[in-house]
Structures are given as C-alpha cells and as structure tokens.
Design a protein around this ligand. Structure first.
Ligand SMILES: N[C@@H](CCOP(=O)(O)O)C(=O)O
Length: 434
C-alpha cells in the first residue's frame, strides 16, 4: 500500500510510516494512492459474513500486504470484538448502532484498530511512542481506553474545558497510567490546532516520536469504512438503493464512508448531517469552504467543529470537484431545538432512545428521504450511546433513561488546565513525553 499527501508536496510512504507520522511533512493528509475495488462476488455475498469477516476482507484489500493476512485477521478479531447492528425502526428505516465498543461510541472501531496495529509494529521495533489527540467528546474516551496500558505508548488528550459531557470527561480523565488529559480554555478547534502545531514542530519531533490518534491519521479512518460495508450487508435483502446519513463534525466518518463506496459498496448517496457548525453543508450549497470560528457550542457537542480537518481528504476523494461531491453527498444542518424534537420523535414514534448526535443524523435522513420521494432504504448512524448525555436526555424526554454499567465511572478526574497557546503546550510536552 502506498499513501500520498493531499497536497502532493511530500514523498509517498507505506502504511507503517503513514500511521506513525500521522501527517505528511507538507501538512496535508495521507490518502491511499489507490483504493482498490473489492470483487463483485464479495459485495454479492457479503450478507453471509459477520462484521469481523467483512472487516478482514476490506482491510486485506486496502492494506495490500502491509501486514501479512493471517496476522491482520488476528489483529482485527482482537481489536474489534464488538459489532455494528442495523436496528429496524420502520419499513426501510434503520439505525446503525456504532456504540457497542468499550467507550460506547463509534470511535472505538478506529481507536482499537489503531492501538492494536501500532503495538504490533512497536513490538517488532521496541521503540517508544507518544500519541497526541484532540477531542470534542468521543475520540478522547475511545483513545484513552484503546491505548490504556499499552506498553511503550504514552497518550496526551486535549479537550475543550466545559464543552464535553460529564461522562465523556470522566472517560478521558480517570484512567491515569499512560493516559494524561489537558483541559484547554478554548474550543475543540484550538485543541486540534495545538496538536497539529506539535506535529509540525521539527525540533520537538527530533527528540520525541509523536503520532496522532485523530481521524487525520489514516489508521483511525480505514477501520471506520468497515462498518459501512456491514451496514450494506445487513440491508441488502431490502433490494433498494441505500441512503446513509452520517452525523458529522470533523468529517472523518463520512470520509470513511466514501472510501467504502470507492471499494465498491453500493450506495445511492450520503447525507452529511451537522448541527449549526454547518461548514460542509454550506460548502455544498455555495462551493466556498468557510470555517466557522470560533465553533458554536451545541447540544451535539462532539460535532462542534468549525474547521473540519478531514475536508481536504473528502474533497480529494472527489478529485477536488464540488459537482462530483454534490452528486454523492447532500448536506443538511439542524438547530438544537430541531435536535431535541428529533430525540423526542425517535422515542415517541419508534420507542428508540437516541443521543443528540444520532438525532441529527435521523433528521438529515428524514429530510433527504422526504425530498427524494421514499424510493430508497435509509440508514442513519448512531455514533454514541445516549447514556453519554444523560442530563440532556432527561431534560428533553422528561425522564432519566438507565445508565449502562460501562458508563458508570467512579474514578476521580485528573486533568491539567491550560490556555490555548502553543508555548504552554510545548512546555508541558517537553516535561511529559517519553
Ligand atoms: N468529534 C470528535 C472530534 C475529533 O474527531 P476525530 O474523528 O478526528 O478524532 C470527538 O468526538 O472528539
């Protein structure tokens, strides 16, 4: 497998180098030079396979020998020992539940694949590694759990102070050990900018080995494409063209869906469903990419991203052509009031408890399907368990749903508070990196 930068100003690299570098030197994003189409028989018979088997077939296809097939299979079965069921709510309306991993968010697929793959390579070399990651809520918890206790790896998580839910904060601040948290006085975009600056700091990089666990790292993104194929496999029996609605913030999730499409997954189109941080829906409408700064705090906090870092990758997958993107992605955005109504509607119409992010995806799908006259089958992605947002659920629904055991976290929060300037962050890193 060869990967190139979206800016084409850096040398091509192999999979191992791409995942340990995170970002190419020209500050673009790595994308596979070739995304192979899987055989038509795979897509024809994928409904006979379970999630892990589909994941293995896709990984073998895209990684093209970067990890020997037998070892890759073992690695996938170890990392992703949970599934992604498509739950039927109504005729032709499905919810793809992506919250059955340890942190109860879709980020577990990428974080656990990445942790397992990195330790596979590190075991071979015996080197040490520092993971830097920015989170607006869900990535942090998944990365904390995925990398907790992994020998030779130290993790630093940055999150915006006061802008993540209580459960999300506890998930990323209570493990201790090799996982450290920094609460930044600022937004998620500030956290992301600090991390990116560290990656471009050649002096720092000459002393410490740094890697990213955000979806800017291709190893986070590739495994997210597996559950799209599994959604297709589960809905194939409907014999209808599929619309997939993706709740979107940093746009890694949708990018992974487009990669699955490039591997041959049949899909009519995707919906990019956002909250009022609607940079991509605006782009689809106007053709202008205008980051929102600062990002606007909303009920669907994990999607409060004003400058989605995967956008260049998404655009590159459509050869930089907005018309090609428009043919495959429809963008819709929703206010918090609409999001609340979506949570209520899902509960009252289908007895389905959905978090605010999932509600945004549902609303996007509903709008798209109303516009295309109900010709399609639709699936919306549920990116996190509602238990991560219990106070919000309670105020919307008027009762408090039960909190699953995995989210009943009793540890004590430990985080270093910091302003959003690089000098402070750099000083912290030079004291804590391994
Ligand atoms: N929504 C994310 C923001 C970071 O996105 P990532 O997919 O690039 O890690 C979060 O929950 O932290």
């Amino acid at each position: 497998m060869r990967l190139q930068s979206t800016r084409h100003q850096s040398p091509e690299v192999g999979f191992k180098e791409a995942i340990f570098r995170g970002l190419p030197p020209d500050n673009g994003l790595y994308l596979p030079v070739e995304i192979p189409t899987l055989s038509s028989s795979f897509w024809q018979y994928c409904d006979q396979l379970n999630f892990q088997e589909i994941a293995t077939a896709m990984a073998c296809g895209i990684l093209q020998g970067s990890i020997p097939e037998k070892e890759l299979r073992a690695l996938i079965f170890k990392a992703m020992d949970f599934s992604a069921p498509a739950v039927k709510l109504h005729k032709d309306l499905y919810c793809l539940e992506l919250f059955h991993g340890p942190s109860m968010a879709f980020k577990d697929f990428g974080a656990r694949f990445m942790a397992t793959t990195m330790s596979y390579f590190l075991e071979q070399s015996g080197e040490k590694l520092n993971i830097l990651v920015a989170t607006s809520g869900d990535t942090g918890g998944a990365v904390a759990q995925g990398f907790f206790g992994v020998p030779g790896i130290s993790v630093t998580i940055l999150y915006p102070k006061g802008k993540v839910s209580q459960v999300q904060e506890l998930q990323l601040t209570t493990l201790g050990g090799n996982v450290k948290a920094i609460e930044v006085n600022g937004t998620f975009d500030d956290c992301q900018a600090l991390v990116k600056q560290a990656f471009l700091d050649e002096e720092l990089r000459s002393k410490y080995r740094l890697a990213s666990a955000n979806s800017i790292n291709i190893a986070r993104l590739i495994p997210q494409s597996f559950y799209y194929a599994y959604a297709y496999a589960q809905l194939k029996h409907l014999w209808k063209d599929l619309v997939i609605s993706v709740p979107s913030g940093n746009f890694g999730n949708l990018t992974a869906g487009v990669m699955a499409m490039k591997m041959g997954m049949p899909v009519s189109y995707f919906v990019a469903a956002t909250n009022v941080n609607k940079v991509v829906p605006n782009y689809l409408e106007s053709g202008e990419f205008q980051p929102i700064s600062p990002s606007i705090p909303t009920l669907s906090n994990a999607m409060d991203v004003g400058n989605p870092s995967n956008f260049p990758r998404l655009l590159a997958l459509f050869n930089g052509d907005v018309e090609k993107m428009r043919a495959k992605i429809k963008g819709f955005s929703f206010t918090d009031e609409e999001t609340k109504l979506g949570v209520k509607e899902l509960y009252e119409s289908y007895h389905y408890l959905a978090c605010p992010h999932t509600s945004v995806a549902y609303l996007g799908l509903k709008k798209a399907m109303e516009m295309d006259g109900g010709e399609h089958a639709g699936v919306f992605l549920s990116t996190a368990h509602f238990g991560k947002f219990l106070p919000e659920m309670e105020s919307i629904l008027g009762f408090s749903p039960e909190l699953p055991e995995a989210l009943q976290i009793s540890g004590k929060k430990e985080a270093t508070e910091m302003d959003n300037t690089y000098a402070k962050f750099r000083a912290y890193l030079t004291q804590h990196l391994i």
